[in-house]
Design a protein around this ligand. Structure first.
Ligand code: PGA
Length: 257
């Protein structure tokens, strides 16, 4: 069973049209025609189309940062899965901790969005992770287990293998603090055991689990070298082409071993 490492850049609410186009252009050039790992970038919604045009012919794939789980209709301000696939998205980030904390997104909502993503042919990247207080109270495994169970509650066994999970300890996001490779691996291992219980060991062995939280060029190799870490969801460092390319190179190096 081999899981192809997957590096995704989460641009969050950063960039303008010019900087989005420039960054995507640099990455298209840097990655070239192929890369051993899978690569995606997730620009702000309004720039998805512009970036999508630039990615034609590149192995870099496009992802959105959220969706609204309904078919077309009277949902002012929202964007659904059909619209995202229409402009070339393959992935969608769901349940990012910023959405959970700032917009009050719940596991039940993430579960509904996940179904909408799959029905719309998008690959969901489902984010989970504990806060600093929860880690200090030794609740990490329980919190992450509840998030995984809740967010995947409606997921069918037949589609489970294609879902991506991102373990992102909240205390490591945008803070410069990173989980040590051992800390991250231990949570990734427990998520995989949980997935084996929820689905089957075989399916759990196919599901990719990314790590996220201050992934940088200088810690990527050690993190990505862990047996249950199958890639990275990168925030800050994905906004600098050289840094993101270095993280892709780290994943490619892991593929080669
Ligand atoms: P960071 O963000 O790499 O800036 O910590 C990661 C994320 O929020 O996905």
């Amino acid at each position: 069973m081999t899981r192809r490492p997957f590096i995704a850049g989460n641009w969050k609410m950063n960039t303008r049209r010019d900087s989005a186009v420039e960054l995507a252009g640099q990455l298209v050039k840097g990655v070239g025609e192929r890369s051993a790992c899978e690569v995606a970038i997730c620009p702000p919604t309004v720039y998805l189309s512009a970036v999508s045009d630039l990615l034609a012919g590149s192995p870099i794939e496009l992802g959105a940062q959220n969706l609204y789980p309904a078919a077309d209709g009277a949902y002012t301000g929202e964007v659904n899965a059909a619209m995202l696939t229409d402009i070339g998205c393959r992935f969608v980030i769901l349940g990012h901790s910023e959405r959970r904390q700032l917009m009050g997104e719940t596991d039940a909502e993430v579960a509904t969005k996940l179904q909408a993503a799959l029905a719309g042919n998008l690959v969901p990247i489902v984010c989970v992770g504990e806060t600093l207080e929860q880690r200090q109270a030794e609740q990490t495994e329980a919190v992450v287990e509840a998030q995984v169970r809740g967010s995947l509650a409606e997921l069918d066994e037949a589609r489970a293998a294609g879902v991506v999970i991102a373990y992102e300890p909240v205390w490591a996001i945008g803070t410069g603090l990173t989980a040590t490779p051992e800390q991250a691996e231990s949570v990734h291992r427990s998520i995989r055991q949980l997935l084996a219980e929820m689905f089957t060991p075989e399916i759990a062995g196919q599901i990719r689990i990314q790590y996220g939280g201050s992934v940088k060029p200088d810690n990527a190799v050690d993190l990505l070298g862990q047996p249950n870490i199958d890639g990275a969801l990168v925030g800050g460092a994905s906004l600098k082409a050289a840094d993101f390319m270095a993280i892709i190179a780290a994943a490619d190096a892991v593929c080669a071993t």
